[in-house]
Write a protein that binds this ligand. Structure first.
Ligand code: TZP
Ligand code: MG
Length: 213
């Protein structure tokens, strides 16, 4: 069975920004502070390294309800037994990913346009990541920023829940929820801070106040 999920505070781990704490420790601290999803995203690692990392994250989060997501790497997702796989538009068609991961793993897809959102098949894809809302140094090859207006348009066109990403900080929380998005995804707002638990707690407090009941 697919795991129930809450996209409210979605942490994407980044090996370059997790300096003071390891990626695993950052995940643990962030979830203790309120993060609901943790994505393992390590572009330079091998599949074997991603599997080991995901297993360690799973172990660190085993007593929590946090969703664990693998970015891009289907083999690592399956082998580590994570809750979800996240793919980009250029990685592979959602139909291929769904056929490989089977019916029980959640599938996330990055979307950057209204046409991309309209093309999402809810029978294959469980949620979308939409962005970048703002330009961000965390992903130098990002697509054209969409702003909150673009985000609202894409969220409205999308048949599945959407999590916003790209340059999002504490001060953007109410704008994100006003677009109808179901959550915000951050890298630097948590990984790049000296205290990921405190950073998550601050974000979480405002998210609870901003999101619809
Ligand atoms: N996809 C679109 S923007 C982005 C990803 C992975 C990076 C977002 O990082 P930050 O530090 O939260 O701006
Ligand atoms: Mg990708």
């Amino acid at each position: 069975m697919k795991k129930t999920f809450d996209l409210s505070l979605y942490l994407v781990l980044d090996p370059d920004l997790c300096q003071l704490h390891s990626m695993v420790e950052t995940a643990r601290l962030a979830v203790a502070g309120g993060a609901t999803v943790v994505q393992v995203r390590h572009k330079r690692a091998s599949t074997a390294e991603r599997i080991a990392l995901a297993r360690n994250v799973k172990e660190a989060l085993r007593d929590t309800s946090a969703l664990i997501v693998m970015n891009d790497d289907i083999d690592a997702a399956i082998e580590a037994g994570v809750d979800a796989l996240h793919i980009g538009q250029r990685d592979m068609p959602a139909s291929i990913a769904r056929a490989r991961v089977g019916p029980d793993m959640l599938l996330g897809l990055s979307v950057n346009s209204e046409s991309g959102a309209l093309a999402v098949d809810p029978a294959l894809v469980d949620y979308v990541g939409v962005g970048p809302v703002f330009a961000t140094p965390t992903k130098p090859d990002h697509e054209q920023p969409i702003g909150f207006t673009g985000l609202a348009r894409i969220v409205a066109a999308c048949p599945v829940p959407a999590v916003a990403i790209g340059g999002l900080k504490q001060q953007h929380i109410s704008d994100v929820w006003a677009t109808g998005a179901s959550g915000m995804a951050v890298v630097s707002a948590i990984c790049g801070t000296p205290d990921p638990q405190q950073a998550s707690r601050e974000l979480w407090k405002q998210i609870v106040a901003a999101r619809p009941a």
